[in-house]
Design a binder for this molecule. Structure first.
Ligand SMILES: Nc1ncnc2c1ncn2[C@@H]1O[C@H](COP(=O)(O)OP(=O)(O)OP(=O)(O)O)[C@@H](O)[C@H]1O
Ligand SMILES: [Mg+2]
Length: 614
């Protein structure tokens, strides 16, 4: 196994890593500018695009890792640790294996995982010709602190610099470009069908933002269970033909599992596959033809569970099937034709059944998205890899991955314009233009309510009056807690009144829960109605809308505006606010109508004057 250090290179490269239960994938981006970021998975010298999550002790006491370890599994099971991700961050989680000296040892999962991770980085470094030890690593959405810590420790032991941990759901979203401003706004559904589970995420995307709104893991519905259905078919068949139960024969079962896994993959591209194992047990060769239809019927309860889980996630998110703009597939098992056809039918998206070529390969999506994020981070630091290393170097617990709540700025009308949405990965930087100018003080809020009033005031910055549009850039560092503001070229100090860190997880959860209440919905609707009213008042007062009217009419409008403004506080519901707006618009429209009439009369007179009198 080549070590990271052996990839002698002066430049340090960046990659994205999907540390999967059954296999790891690593990807890197070609482009260096936002518009041409082309992520690709790095293949190992054997041409494999994934590194099996297997680590085995060899005869000399060294390690065999990845696909080689997997191929030896049936002969060397007791020397091998498979699927180490499952044990990371699990209370009391250890793994055991037998050493080359025949001694059974118990080791920390982080140790085995770091050997695997080292191999992943070696594959990347050899593939790219530079030391690829700066990485964004994807972890399961909502994974525990303990798991994140275990992953950070794994990275540390393998010599990897984690630029950032991002959730697997976010990585998939990035791979499909939900962070691009051209992406159509709306709700997106990610269905990631991995080794032992299906993970369903509902995301909302708009203007280059996306955030994970709901997430559900459907345990037990994954590729492993599906392979096991073929294994069970074969075990029954062997019993019928040879009267022998294979289940107690560990080595035969491992051989059979490998062959069934292979057949399952064939069934994704062909209607028939053969499970073939020479000398499966007691020297008996085994051969069984499996067809796609019977395989799918064996798995039908798993498909039902998958659909039920997807339905439940949508229900939690308050969405109907028709509210889903697109379904983004991830995970190896999403390549099964039945899965694709089922989702295509349910969501009425025939394109899901098409070949994946040209779009994102679902098996690669997590790694591709992580690679994209790694490149974006490096671009934000102007590609100064040393600078990033200085910031993250030696950090063992980079636990903040994303913002707990939306951060936004108050517009003049009282509504919030989000700058970073909830779940936005940090560090991040974004330029915003407020179309109708702003007060001389910019007020930043955090929270999920549409109006400033329902959220937590974060800080204020004195920026001076602006009549037209106002543009500024807000940046947040990797802690998710320190913000900087640039207006034009100038950095403007933000006076913090309520820091993000003073909000506990409980506060955040309580706020999010309260947003869903009926009372909050009513207040939000009222706030939106007030904003519409305010917008109209600005239009009347500050734009050129009424510039041509007489002073006495201006006075009438000003009086009406003053009356209206005085009544807003007492108008408790949307209807009363809408009535105020209607009354104000009617007053303005009536005045404007008089001018129109006068204009028409003048035009008519002119036409009459210019007409032929003969
Ligand atoms: N072409 C294919 N057809 C059917 N199944 C496939 C195909 N390719 C991969 N799989 C299955 O997908 C599963 C692995 O998926 P994936 O690599 O996404 O999981 P993982 O990332 O290792 O696991 P997890 O996300 O749960 O940690 C395996 O069960 C594998 O057999
Ligand atoms: Mg996965």
């Amino acid at each position: 196994m080549a070590s990271i250090a052996s990839a002698a290179a002066t430049k340090i490269g960046k990659c994205g890593i999907d540390f999967g239960t059954s296999a790891c994938k690593v990807a890197a981006c070609n482009g260096e500018s936002l518009s041409d970021l082309d992520a690709k998975v790095i293949v190992d010298p054997m041409g494999d695009f994934s590194i099996a999550s297997y680590v085995a002790v060899d005869d000399e006491g060294g390690y065999v890792v990845g696909n080689t370890a997997r191929q030896q599994m049936e002969r060397r099971a007791k020397y091998t640790v498979a699927h180490v991700k499952k044990s990371l961050g699990v209370e009391g989680g250890t793994v055991s294996l037998v050493t080359n000296l025949g001694k059974k040892v118990v080791v920390a999962p982080e140790k085995i995982a770091s050997i695997l991770l080292n191999q992943v980085v070696s594959v990347a470094s050899e593939g790219e010709g530079v030391d690829m030890k700066n990485a964004v690593v994807a972890v399961p959405h909502g994974c525990s602190e303990a798991r994140l810590k275990a992953m950070a420790e794994t990275a540390k032991q393998s010599g990897l610099n984690v630029l950032q941990f991002i959730s697997e759901s976010s990585a998939v979203a990035l791979a499909y470009g939900l962070d691009e401003e051209t992406t159509e706004a709306g709700n997106y559904l990610i269905v990631d069908i991995g080794f032992e589970a299906t993970r369903v995420s509902v995301l909302s995307a708009s203007n280059g933002f996306f955030s994970v709104k709901h997430f559900k893991e459907i345990a037990g519905v994954g590729g492993n269970a599906m392979s096991e259905r073929i294994v069970a078919l074969c075990v029954r068949d062997f019993m019928d033909k040879h009267g022998k139960d294979l289940k107690d024969n560990g080595r035969a079962m491992l051989k059979l599992q490998a062959a069934c896994e292979h057949a399952k993959h064939t069934l994704s591209v062909s209607t028939r596959a053969v499970v073939e194992v020479d000398a499966l047990a007691d020297g008996v060769d085994f051969r069984k033809l499996v067809n796609q239809a019977s395989f799918e019927s064996e798995c039908s309860d798993l498909f039902t569970k998958m659909l039920e889980g997807i339905g439940a996630t949508l229900k939690d998110a308050g969405l109907a099937i028709s509210d889903v703009k697109n379904v983004l597939l991830a995970g190896g098992s999403s390549q099964m034709p039945r899965v694709k056809s089922m989702l295509a039918q349910v969501f009425n998206k025939p394109e899901l059944e098409k070949e994946t070529s040209g779009t994102v390969n679902p098996s690669e999506a997590v790694a591709l998205g992580a690679a994209r994020q790694a490149t974006l981070l490096c671009m934000m630091a102007e590609n100064n890899v040393e600078e990033i290393q200085k910031v993250v170097g030696g950090e063992t617990n980079p636990t903040v991955m994303s913002l707990a709540l939306t951060v936004g700025v108050e517009q003049k009308n009282g509504l919030i314009v989000p700058v970073f949405s909830r779940g936005n990965a940090v560090p991040a930087s974004r330029t915003i233009t407020l179309e109708h100018g702003s007060a001389s003080t910019l007020k930043f809020y955090t929270g999920e309510r549409p109006s400033a009033a329902g959220n937590f005031l974060l800080g204020m910055a004195d920026v001076g009056e602006a009549k037209g549009s106002r543009t500024f850039t807000l940046s947040v560092d990797k802690s998710g807690q320190n913000f900087t503001l640039l207006v034009g070229e100038k950095e403007v100090n933000i006076t913090f009144v309520g820091a993000v860190e003073t909000l506990s997880k409980g506060d955040v959860a309580a706020h999010v829960a309260s947003c869903a209440s009926d009372a909050a919905a009513k207040e939000d609707a009222r706030a939106r109605a007030v904003a519409d009213l305010n917008d109209f008042i600005y239009k009347v007062q500050e734009s050129d809308y009424l510039q041509d009217i007489e002073e006495e009419d201006t006075e009438i409008v000003d009086k009406k505006v003053a009356e209206t403004t005085a009544q807003v506080g007492a108008a408790g519901d949307v209807e009363s606010i809408t009535a105020l707006l209607k009354s104000l618009t009617t007053c303005v429209d009536d005045i404007l109508a008089e001018y129109d009439e006068e204009d028409e009369e003048e035009d008519g007179d002119e036409a009459f004057d210019g007409g032929d009198m003969d």
